[in-house]
Ligand binder design. Structure first.
Ligand code: DON
Length: 570
């Protein structure tokens, strides 16, 4: 299989010698050389994801006549093997698609709270939050949704599922060579893997990992084979489900066989809203982007941000104040729509948006203690992939285990990592989750409820055809990163590479500060500080994967330079 991939990749290197394609970082090692390609310009189809082997697996599916749904399935399954940090079987995600007939699709395969979960699950006898339990070990895991999501997606594909899963099986069984970033990730989490597992998972070995080492995952290969043979039941019933339940019993986990057997992915009504002649499609709740993105785009629409200039203090200030207001609403109102009546229509209505910005003052910093959620009647690891095919189908998928390597608990005998998505619930009002986000009753834990997410897979249509396919990981920074990427492309007329790679910033109401990446210009920081803002420098914000389909039919796919992200196309 690896030989197959080497050949495929060597072949695509040759093919991609066409104009504009760039392979800049060679990560060749061991007997199997693959290189990372950041940009591809092509005409037949493209895949961009967090890992070269995953993007290339998706590309092979497109070449074989599969459509964007097939490619998205194969890419996700390979990510579950070669990108254990976030690619997953034990997590969940969201898919947004625009189909060539004009239909739009939103698939929710977010994890759910187990039936035995309750509001105070992570509180001690004194009512204090024990967030370690919502972050690490079996109790941190929600009922995984990914495999159900893949089978729901397969209804729109053309190729047999067994063909789509085979590259992942081969890579798990025969191994693949890891990159430097992956080696560092595994070494960094060594102690967490040891303390959160009853037996040593394959990710821990005597010596440190280094770039070029081979990672073989036999248990995971066997789980994937059960899924190949038995379909969705190969995960949610029978041996895999039993292994998950056994893992729960070894720790303090509460996912039951019944929770697994009854899990179902859901098709939801897509969020669609206009922006200056474009149509933007994004994921509805429990993905918060379905409320925050329309709010933010509507707040900025009439304010001529283009005239303020890219990343000037004035444009950053405007976007920050918009983000502050949207995130105040997130904390109060947003949660699983199957459990709460969330006033989405009001929160995204023109009248409400206008009112929200009435107290906006371009001369100084707003203050979060003075800006609350709107007054209306009460009634670092995830991964994104974007795919486009020659039939005109566009697919955007964001999927996650929540934290890097999720709960750090590997299901013994099944070889996959369980998510720690329970931390995305509000474990107690006012207690921040790992991304500093607080929540209210709308996002309190309840049996069978989906936890609120920031994931924002998004497609922009121009003249009713896919124009931009975008998304990113990054916890609460996801929605603001997608917002900035769209503004970079639609307002600042940037190249796709710049829109993806220029430094990003983020404000989420609380804490009341602007997070910036290291490359965010010092002069702009200084001006913002003078206006009264607090600035905090942090690590990378997101890894955005964008495909743009230009008027001449050329497809530009760009992987974020912040990671091993790779664009493939033909
Ligand atoms: O669904 C969410 O909002 C989070 N679980 C996403 C986590 C994430 O993006 C981590 N990546 N850096």
């Amino acid at each position: 299989m690896i030989r197959y991939f080497s050949a495929v990749i060597a072949f695509s290197i040759l093919l991609c010698a066409c104009a504009g394609n760039r392979r800049n970082t060679v990560a060749g090692f061991g007997p199997y050389h693959y290189s990372i390609q950041k940009k591809v310009v092509c005409s037949n189809g493209a895949v961009v994801s967090a890992h070269p082997l995953a993007s290339e697996a998706g590309l092979q599916v497109l070449r074989k006549g599969g459509n964007a749904f097939d490619a998205a399935i194969a890419t996700q399954l390979v990510l579950a093997v070669v990108y254990p940090e976030a690619g997953n079987l034990g997590g969940g995600g969201f898919l947004v698609a625009s189909m060539n007939g004009g239909k739009a699709l939103a698939i929710d395969y977010r994890e759910k709270a187990p039936a035995d979960a309750h509001k105070d699950l992570y509180l001690d006898a004194n009512g204090n939050a024990i967030t370690a339990l919502s972050l690490n070990g079996p109790l941190a895991a929600g009922v995984p949704g990914t495999v159900a999501g893949l089978f729901q997606t397969a209804r729109y594909g053309k190729l047999p599922f067994k063909d789509l899963i085979q590259p992942a099986i081969d890579l798990a069984e025969k191994g693949y060579t890891i990159t430097g970033a992956e080696a560092r990730g595994l070494n960094r989490n060594r102690e967490s893997f040891i303390s959160n597992n009853s037996s040593r998972p394959v990710f821990v070995r005597a010596q440190e990992w280094k770039a070029g080492d081979t990672l073989i995952q036999t248990d995971l290969a066997n789980t994937l084979k059960r899924i190949r043979e038995e379909g969705q039941k190969g995960f949610y019933e029978g041996q895999t489900a039993r292994l998950i339940v056994e893992e729960m019993k070894k720790g303090k986990g509460i996912i039951s066989y019944d929770d697994l057997r009854s899990y179902q992915a859901k098709e939801r009504e897509i969020v669609s809203f206009p922006y200056k002649g474009y149509t933007i499609l994004t994921m509805p709740l429990p993905a918060s982007g379905g409320v925050l993105l329309p709010q933010m785009m509507k707040m900025i629409e009439d304010r001529n941000v283009k005239a303020l200039g890219f990343q000037t203090a004035a444009s950053v200030q405007l976007m920050t104040e918009i983000e502050r207001r949207a995130y105040a609403d997130r904390a109060k109102f947003l949660g699983d729509p199957d459990f709460n009546k969330v006033p989405v229509a009001t929160l995204t209505s023109d009248a409400y948006i206008k009112k929200r910005m009435q107290d906006y003052d371009p001369s100084k910093a707003g203050v979060s203690t003075a800006i609350h959620a709107g007054d209306i009647p009460e009634s670092e690891q995830t991964t994104h992939l974007s795919v486009y095919d020659k039939e005109g189908n566009a697919v955007a998928v964001t999927t996650t285990l929540n934290d890097s390597y999720g709960s750090k608990t590997v299901v013994a005998g099944a070889g996959f990592i369980l998510n720690n998505e329970m931390d995305d619930f509000s474990v107690k009002p006012g207690v921040p989750n790992m991304y500093g986000a607080i929540g209210a009753a709308a996002n309190a834990i309840a049996p069978g409820k989906r936890m609120l997410s920031s994931m924002t897979p998004t497609i922009v249509l121009k003249d009713n055809r896919p124009y931009i396919i975008a998304g990113t990981p990054g916890g609460t920074t996801i929605t603001t990163s997608v917002f900035q990427t769209l503004i970079n492309l639609l307002e600042f007329d940037m190249s796709v590479e710049d829109a993806v790679n220029k430094p990003k910033f983020h404000h989420q109401w609380l804490p009341d500060l602007i997070d910036v990446e290291a490359a965010f210009p010092q002069s702009v920081r200084d001006e913002l500080i003078k206006m009264g803002y607090k600035i905090r420098q942090r690590g990378n914000i997101g890894r955005t994967e964008v495909i743009r389909i230009n008027a001449d039919g050329k497809i530009e796919a760009v992987g974020d330079s912040r990671g091993d992200d790779h664009a493939a196309g033909f």
